[in-house]
Ligand binder design. Structure first.
Ligand SMILES: Nc1nc2c(ncn2[C@@H]2O[C@H](COP(=O)(O)OP(=O)(O)O)[C@@H](O)[C@H]2O)c(=O)[nH]1
Ligand SMILES: [Mg+2]
Length: 248
């Protein structure tokens, strides 16, 4: 528990057999539930996760690979259905430092934000620690995401995030982009709903893990998703449609 709040951590994992156990063992004690979503892995990811001796861990599995956005939708739905107030995301490859989790959750529990995301770009050692292409690509995508969403944010591509249940209720999760680019799409939905998004500085961790992100995601998929975000926002303004939240 974090005060009185029940906290879940969702761990998307695709072929993370080598890293999943260490990632799960690193999750802080105040986390009540750990939901691993094995996204159709062909390796030992599920077995290694189940073998971790921790009663908080529950392993869900997609029989086929659906993409990291889809894995998160599955994990969030499970976490909130079980009664979590906040669900954070920590990737199964150990790229999120558990010591940073507290700062992501605190503003949500205090009612100061609806979604908190990590910001590696503002870390003093970001330039030294991040691969140059990642650093530069991320700066450009963050700028485009700021333009498209109108949110004052940095590091749009950071997957270390935490979502409050009140935001989850207001976002059409079934419509969220299933693959890479889901954070940009989610930020668009949060902006549309006028939900409060906050950045907190987290450590950039790169230790030779594989990434599924490819050039076409940065050059094509994410820019097109951002065009869709702008189109949705414009459509809403032109039709004078109130935010879904105002209807409740
Ligand atoms: N590559 C990939 N990763 C997935 C998928 N589904 C879930 N994941 C997990 O999503 C997390 C982030 O993926 P990763 O490729 O490391 O992205 P990056 O850290 O942003 O470069 C990792 O824990 C993956 O195991 C998928 O379909 N493809
Ligand atoms: Mg990774």
């Amino acid at each position: 528990m974090f005060g009185q709040a029940q906290i879940a951590v969702v761990v998307p994992a695709y072929n993370e057999g080598q890293r999943i156990a260490a990632t799960l063992r690193s999750i802080p004690e105040y986390v009540d539930r750990v939901i691993v979503v094995d996204d159709g892995s062909s390796d030992e990811t599920s077995a290694r996760a189940r073998a971790v001796d921790d009663a908080r861990v529950c392993v869900l599995r997609h029989e086929q690979n659906r993409g990291v956005g889809a894995a998160l939708c599955t994990g969030y739905a499970h976490a909130f259905a079980e009664g979590a107030e906040v669900a954070a995301v920590m990737a199964g490859d150990g790229q999120m430092h558990p010591a940073d989790l507290h700062a992501l959750i605190a503003p949500l529990v205090a009612g100061q934000a609806d979604y908190v995301k990590g910001d590696r770009l503002s870390h003093p050692e970001a330039f030294a620690r991040m691969p140059l292409t990642r650093y530069l690509g991320n700066c450009v995508l963050s700028w485009l995401t700021r333009l498209a969403t109108g949110l004052a944010l940095s590091d749009s591509q950071c997957g270390f995030t935490a979502l409050h249940k009140r935001a989850h209720e207001r976002i059409p999760m079934h419509a969220l982009w299933r693959g890479y680019g889901y954070p940009n799409d989610l930020l668009g939905f949060l902006a549309e709903e006028k939900l409060r998004v906050r950045d907190v500085v987290v450590q950039p961790i790169y230790a030779g893990e594989n990434s599924g992100v490819r050039l076409h995601h940065a050059l094509l998929v994410i820019p097109l998703l951002l065009v869709r975000v702008v189109a949705r926002r414009l459509g809403r303004v032109l039709s004078n449609e109130p935010a879904a939240s105002a209807l409740h």
